[in-house]
Design a protein around this ligand. Structure first.
Ligand SMILES: [Zn+2]
Length: 188
């Protein structure tokens, strides 16, 4: 590419950008209704900003109920895409998280974590059983977690015994929570 073609390319890009900006400005002003004082969800419009968005459109200064100041174009506000600075979304997420937590918690245990699939980094393909080397010999370590605490179930020479130990521990320590949860779920 010669210098002149680069120059022409830059020049045409600038032309397109300027046109886009100009169109944005016109469009912005045609929708230039004063939104000052209007409320959109948690947001109250305080006035027109000195800034324009990247397309040259008018930005409005909005104060959120939480006190945060954000700037938006009128379309974003009028189409109700945005009704807070983002804090409302966070509130919803937190509420949903709490609902899920309550839904899946049985006597302080997250039942959904008990039935979760074998993690990808698992070395044996069996949940709660890992491959380990002790004094140059391969061993299978079985363990189980309950209420965030890990309980060791022993070291085994073969995988089958380790899996068996884990299954027995699941029956003993996990199943009561799962059963109680299922019962609660069906009685609701
Ligand atoms: Zn907010």
């Amino acid at each position: 590419m010669t210098i002149s073609t680069i120059t022409i390319l830059e020049w045409s890009i600038k032309l397109v950008m300027d046109k886009r900006k100009e169109r944005g400005r016109q469009w912005g002003f045609s929708r230039g209704r004063d939104l000052t004082g209007m409320r959109f969800g948690y947001l109250i419009v305080k006035g027109r900003s000195q800034n324009l968005d990247q397309d040259g459109r008018t930005l409005w200064i909005c104060e959120c109920r939480c006190g945060k100041i954000v700037e938006h174009i009128s379309d974003v506000l009028l189409k109700k895409n945005t009704t807070s600075c983002g804090c409302k979304w966070q509130e919803n997420a937190a509420r949903n998280h709490k609902i899920l937590k309550n839904k899946y918690t049985m006597n302080g245990v997250r039942v959904d974590s008990l039935t979760r699939k074998t993690p990808k980094n698992n070395t044996t393909g069996f949940k709660g059983v890992s491959l380990t080397v002790r004094r140059g010999k391969e061993k299978f370590r079985a363990y189980i977690e309950i209420k965030g605490k890990r309980m060791e179930l022993g070291l085994f020479d073969n995988l089958r015994d380790a899996v068996k130990a884990r299954k027995e521990a699941e029956e003993k320590y996990h199943k009561p929570y799962i059963d109680a949860w299922k019962e609660k779920k069906f009685s609701e």
